[in-house]
Design a binder for this molecule. Structure first.
Ligand code: KIV
Ligand code: ZN
Length: 561
């Protein structure tokens, strides 16, 4: 790899930069360039219908400035403009933006395309970098300045008629390859363009400053923007827009730091579609703001639908790890992550906390239409907390803390055995098979409880029943101060073996109108091992008895194994 080949970027000299101590506290003006910059980078560019659906989606997201294409470039592009305008598809509060090179015949054709529209941003550009000036155009600074100024004059002159006919017509100029150009040359050309339009603080012109190819660190770009703003004579007559591409993977940071440095507007696309590595992703920028408690003014409340529409229309795929939208970004695979999420979600619920402070989840997935139950999936790395969390959130079983390692180990073993990731349903089936469907070797055939109360505090419960074991029936009876105690004593009288009662907990499990009690019984087996049993019944007494029998049966089977 020949490093001598590459010329490092020379950052602008800015001694007293102010942007590092600024904060982002409001969204920028968003402009979508999906239908132009994004579209031109698709393997199969959108047809008219696709463009119309995409436009509708952008409108639904709340984006108010939408570049609809390059009307002078092709018939589809021209027809897109005409159909949107004539079909009444453009809401009152949305401006369409049309894109054109600084060339007279293309400018005229672009004006033909926008006839009848209410709010239009007329966006023209020419490249100004040294390599494009000299090598591509065989020109110089004066030459590219003249190109921009002549185009601005033509647009201004034709635009007058449109304005007089009632169009809200605004102008945007892009010095293409801005980030690869001398800052003072860019300032000079942009100022000439502002002068030509006669821009004023009441009639500002948008100056769109791209990293056409991202070639520097985001902080260097922020310096460049602050420098540009400081040195542009008619800054108050302009809106500073940025248009970051992502060649170094820093487009998000570039856009964010540029806003700190004074940029008021950001051009980008959904999910970063665009030339090469793409344009800056408006959804990520918006949700980054949202995660800081700032209303981004882009409605991402159904991100899955947005992603699906985007994928369907563009034929592109949103990566599984794409911020906020990727399939896996709210999925924790690591056991320690799951445990922390689980505990923090519980804590938040129990303490009625309205703010979001959950480890590993930068925002509440529900805010963007994603579901909690997809947060955790189980594999052999998931640990004890994950399986319990899945059972609780999906099926309403709240395992006692002491039972989680036991159940986690069962899940882990199964996951290792199959080598696969287990779904929530798999976890429930394993739980059910291990604890709820346990049938024998001990079975209770008949039973009866009698309860005598002595005042408020004390009662004596007697239990009688018939237990079977390997084709033999055993009448059992016992009493105690509660049903568990009575049944446990009855079983002990039969001397099934030396099980010791350790702990008990229960809760109601509801599904629809049906509510049953789940009882968790921890016993100590004769060999000293602790083990749990689970009982489920509409009757709370029966749930406890089933729990005890379940634990004994599990213990017996383990001994026999
Ligand atoms: O990336 C770029 O420089 C552009 C401009 C021409 C707007 O797309
Ligand atoms: Zn671009």
């Amino acid at each position: 790899m020949d490093t001598n080949k590459y010329i490092p970027y020379q950052p602008v000299e800015l001694k007293e930069r102010t942007w590092p101590s600024k904060r982002l506290d409001h969204p920028p003006i968003w402009c979508s360039v999906d239908l132009r910059d994004g579209n031109q980078a698709l393997i199969r560019p959108m047809d008219l219908d696709a463009k119309l659906s995409y436009f509708k989606m952008l409108v639904e997201l709340g984006i108010k400035e939408i570049e609809i294409g390059f009307p002078a470039a092709s018939d589809v592009e021209f027809q897109t403009a005409r159909t949107l305008i004539e079909g009444g598809h453009i809401p009152e509060d949305v401006a369409i933006q049309v894109f054109v090179q600084a060339r007279p015949h293309l400018i005229k054709k672009t004006f033909d395309a926008i006839k009848g529209a209410k709010h239009v941003i007329f966006h023209f550009y020419n490249s100004i970098s040294p390599v494009q000036r000299e090598v591509v155009f065989g020109s110089d600074i004066a030459g590219v300045t003249k190109l921009a100024v002549d185009a601005a004059a033509l647009i201004r002159d034709i635009g007058k008629t449109f304005i007089s006919e009632g169009m809200d017509l605004r102008y945007e100029y892009t010095p293409e390859s801005f980030s690869a150009s001398e800052p003072d040359v860019a300032i000079h050309i942009c100022q000439e363009v502002l002068n030509t339009f006669g821009a004023t603080p009441d009639r500002k012109v948008i100056l769109n400053l791209p990293t056409t190819v991202e070639n520097m660190l985001p902080n260097q770009f922020a310096d460049l923007i602050e420098y540009f703003i400081l040195n542009l004579p008619s800054r108050d007559c302009s809106i500073i827009s940025v248009h970051p591409h992502n060649d170094r993977g820093c487009a998000i940071a570039t856009a964010e730091l540029a806003q700190l440095a004074g940029a008021e507007r950001v051009e980008g696309t959904l999910f970063a579609n665009g030339e090469r590595t793409g344009n800056v992703d408006l959804i990520t920028l918006a949700l980054n703001l949202f995660s800081q408690g700032i209303d981004p003014k882009i409605n991402c409340s159904d991100i899955v639908k947005i992603r699906q529409n985007y994928e369907r229309i563009t034929g592109m795929h949103v990566h599984e790890r794409h911020p906020y939208a990727g399939q896996l970004v709210f999925t924790a695979f690591s056991g320690s992550h799951q445990d922390a999420i689980n505990k923090s979600l519980h804590y938040r619920r129990e303490h009625n906390i309205s703010t979001w402070n959950i480890p590993y989840l930068p925002i509440d997935p529900a805010d963007i239409g994603r579901r909690y139950d997809s947060i955790i999936r189980i594999n052999s790395q998931s640990g004890k907390g994950g399986a319990a969390f899945v059972l609780e959130t999906n099926y309403g079983f709240v395992l006692p803390k002491a039972m989680r390692p036991e159940f986690g180990a069962i899940i882990q073993k199964e996951s290792e055995r199959t080598g696969a990731e287990l779904t929530a349903e798999d976890v429930f089936n394993i739980f059910s098979k291990e604890y709820i469907e346990v049938d024998g070797p001990y079975r209770l055939k008949e039973y009866k409880f009698d309860e005598k109360s002595f005042g408020d505090e004390h009662s004596l419960v007697s239990f009688t029943g018939l237990l079977t074991y390997e084709d033999k029936s055993y009448p059992i009876s016992g009493s105690g101060n509660g049903p568990i105690d009575a049944f446990f004593n009855a079983v002990r009288n039969l001397s099934i073996a030396n099980y010791h009662f350790v702990s008990y907990s229960e809760h109601a499990v509801s599904s629809g109108s049906d509510s049953r009690a789940a009882a968790y019984i921890q016993l100590q087996a004769p060999d000293g091992k602790m083990l749990f049993g689970v009982g489920l019944s509409h009757n709370i007494y029966m749930a406890s008895i089933r729990g005890i029998l379940c634990a004994i049966n599990r213990g017996t089977k383990l001994q026999q194994a």
